[in-house]
Design a protein around this ligand. Structure first.
Ligand SMILES: [Fe+2]
Ligand SMILES: [Fe+2]
Length: 357
């Protein structure tokens, strides 16, 4: 699937010559699903809308979000809903959240929001909640149970006592590699809510969990990490089909831990570079079990964009719509039992699965 072909297929009016048979979605439907069960939703994340002064905002970040909203509105087939994966704002101010909400309001679909640390740590989510509602919740759609978690909470002492001002607290959490930061967590209270929520759900029901930070421990140095990931994973374990979709890392990642498939989404703002190594012993738990197909971190707009998601028979196929690079598709492969990138780049460029530390 080429970039232009897949983009044409999904954008109304563009490239009418593209044959419907080239739809990547149809490959999955043929392979796995009762087509009547399929649906798609779109995922936009990490726009980091940044206020300068007055009516001025960082233009590049605005444009990333505006483009994602516009392209999502042109999707055919129409997505059933849109997820926004967190970090709408850069420093969590009213001006940023209002401006971001205004841009998101142009979406023609129902939109569900996930809390990011950049949205949260100025006023501990107060204004965000006023705009968007609950910070964790669940909903059912066409036989799939969806859960949204606020995964970016941390210790009470760090949150309430350590910093003299909310602004400083926000800045300390906003930095990528700041040793003054604090590990993210879902926390006991929310885990108990999740336990009760999932108790009512048949374990054969496909389960999709949305979080901002990964519910797996990828790289602690940069807080690509959720401290109570194992406890949350344990709650997802009884389900036949479980998927976690997260933002925050601003890069394409996927993994499989037991029954749980993990997919990261891209940012509309900027791509994070890759940590020096994902294989540092103390930092890397658990191992990545699937080879990583990397984008080019030196290509300015590479690995920014948004994605649409095909939920075929409850398994997730993630189509990455990149702004300046070849589109990518990572789909759960039932024969392999984990997500697979459908077009691998050169073997030498991949990060291999890590068998040992
Ligand atoms: Fe982010
Ligand atoms: Fe984040």
């Amino acid at each position: 699937m080429t970039d232009s072909a897949s983009r044409r297929d999904f954008l109304k009016g563009a490239g009418a010559a593209a044959a419907a048979s080239t739809l990547p979605l149809s490959m999955v439907k043929l392979a796995f699903a009762d087509p009547a069960q399929d649906f798609t939703f779109a995922y936009i994340s990490d726009s980091h809308i940044q206020h300068i002064k007055g009516n001025e905002f960082v233009r590049n970040w605005d444009r990333g979000l505006i483009r994602a909203v516009a392209e999502t509105n042109l999707l055919r087939p129409k997505p059933d809903f849109v997820m926004f994966g967190g970090d709408l704002a850069q420093l969590g101010t009213k001006a940023e959240l209002d401006h971001g909400a205004e841009m998101l309001s142009k979406l023609n679909y129902e939109t569900h929001m996930v809390m990011g640390e950049h949205d949260y740590y100025l006023d501990l989510g107060e204004y965000w909640s006023r705009l968007f509602g609950d910070q964790h919740y669940s909903f059912d759609h066409k036989g799939v149970h969806f859960v949204v978690l606020n995964s970016i909470l941390t210790f009470d002492e760090w949150t309430h006592e350590r910093w003299p001002t909310p602004e400083q607290r926000m800045l300390e959490m906003a930095a990528l590699d700041n040793p003054n930061g604090s590990p993210f967590m879902v926390g006991e209270k929310q885990r108990e809510w999740l336990r009760q929520d999932l108790e009512k759900v048949d374990k054969k029901t496909p389960l999709v969990v949305f979080s901002h930070s990964p519910i797996q421990k990828i790289y602690k140095g940069w807080n690509f990490w959720t401290d109570d990931a194992e406890e949350v994973q344990a709650l997802l374990k009884p389900f036949d089909k479980a998927t976690v979709i997260y933002g925050h890392v601003h890069q394409i990642q996927y993994n499989q831990i037991g029954n749980i498939a993990f997919h990261a989404v891209m940012a509309t703002a900027w791509p994070w570079p890759y940590p020096e190594s994902y294989a540092q012993a103390e930092q890397h738990m658990p191992v990545l079990t699937v080879p990583m197909n990397r984008a080019d971190p030196f290509f300015e707009r590479d690995a920014t964009g948004w994605q649409f998601i095909d939920v075929a028979t409850g398994r997730v196929a993630m189509d990455y719509n990149l702004y300046n690079n070849t589109n990518r598709r990572v789909a759960f492969d039932a024969t392999k039992g984990h997500p697979v990138d459908t077009a691998y780049q050169a073997e030498a460029d991949r990060i291999p699965p890590q068998d040992h530390y």
